[in-house]
Write a protein that binds this ligand. Structure first.
Ligand code: ZN
Length: 345
């Protein structure tokens, strides 16, 4: 019965319900055809609740779910030269850019942000596959460099969420030049002793796989993500042989030593926090916050979220104010001290 409901029925559904849905209250799973209510879909971070298929999620939505309280600050990326080759295929390159900007509401294919994840300060960069296939042009190169420089200045780890069809052909050789540029950006982090974590999402291909997306200290991928330099179809045509099942998918690459982890999107945040805190030599994260103490509670109590015995100068300047306010300040100061200590080591 399970086999029928979980496998056969979704397949039949996907065969017979190919027509598009007029309104966007419901999202159809690409894999099994199940209709997912938009709120449920957003809550599950664009993962099908029926078959677990991971659908694309924009960097902005991802960051909202990733950072504590959905709060992050965008890091400014230097503008790139617009249309340096006056490129034109069926459409002019500036027109393609305008269309992509309109479709996504973003300026370019990469978003860089800073903020805290599980009280761990990080810099994150996310690639947007909807924006011209997340292709790596000069702007994306600039964004990676801006992210690395920001991480170095703040002594924070950098987390990259990659998704790309490769280099941006409209920028020709200038897009290929982003491969060494971004590699140097990553090197800069390594020299500063800061962790660089890569989360490969579906699909990460071409020049992006051949540069910054494969240089992480820890390589994590989302389930069933296609990660390759040349796609399976190209390889199959070139070598004229049938490829093994699941070839170039995350699980296959994990089995063959190309990845460290394959982590479902729902567990990614916790796993990132754990890995980052280990690499930054910070105390393990505290799950959940204690409720704020009742007004009049004795000062000198430990601030919430500090289990490592770091000193909590609550009795200082904050003592006269509201306890919760003082505790917040003390916690923030203690966190700063801890990260400073970690950075000094
Ligand atoms: Zn599904």
């Amino acid at each position: 019965m399970n086999w029928i409901t979980n496998y056969v029925k979704p397949r039949i559904n996907s065969l017979f319900s190919r027509r598009e849905v007029p309104e966007n209250l419901w999202i159809k799973c690409d894999q099994c055809g199940t209709m997912l209510f938009h709120r449920e879909f957003a809550e599950s971070l664009h993962v099908c609740t029926s078959c677990g298929h991971h659908m694309a999620i924009s960097p902005r939505e991802r960051f909202k779910a990733l950072f504590d309280g959905g709060i992050f600050t965008e890091v400014e990326v230097p503008e790139a030269v617009a249309d340096p080759l006056q490129f034109r295929d069926q459409k002019r390159y500036p027109d393609r850019m305008k269309a992509a900007q309109k479709k996504t509401g973003e300026k370019e294919a990469m978003l860089v942000a800073e903020g805290e994840v599980g009280r761990t300060p990080i810099v994150a960069a996310g690639q947007d596959f909807r924006f011209m296939g997340g292709s790596m042009g000069m702007y994306v190169g600039n964004a990676m460099i801006a992210a690395a420089e920001r991480a170095r200045a703040l002594k924070r780890p950098l987390v990259l969420f990659s998704a790309a069809g490769g280099a941006r052909m409209q920028e020709g050789i200038l897009s290929l030049m982003q491969m060494p540029r971004t590699t140097i950006a990553v090197q800069m982090l390594k020299e500063a002793g800061l962790p660089y974590i890569v989360v490969l999402t579906h699909p990460t291909t071409g020049g992006v796989t051949a540069s910054y997306a494969m240089l992480g200290d820890v390589q994590i991928a989302e389930p069933n993500a296609l990660i390759c330099f040349a796609g399976p179809r190209v390889i199959q045509q070139t070598i004229g042989e049938k490829l093994p099942e699941g070839f170039q998918r995350a699980e296959y690459l994990l089995d063959h030593g190309m990845l460290d982890r394959v982590t479902p999107r729902g567990q990614l945040r916790d796993e990132l926090v754990t890995i980052l805190r280990i690499l930054m030599r910070q105390s393990p994260r505290v799950h959940g916050d204690l409720p704020a103490p009742a007004p009049g509670a004795e000062a000198g109590a430990k601030p919430p979220g500090r289990a490592d015995g770091a000193e909590a100068p609550v009795t200082g300047e904050g003592a006269g104010k509201e306890p919760s306010e003082a505790l917040k300040k003390a916690a923030a100061r203690a966190t700063d001290k801890a990260s400073e200590k970690a950075a000094k080591k």
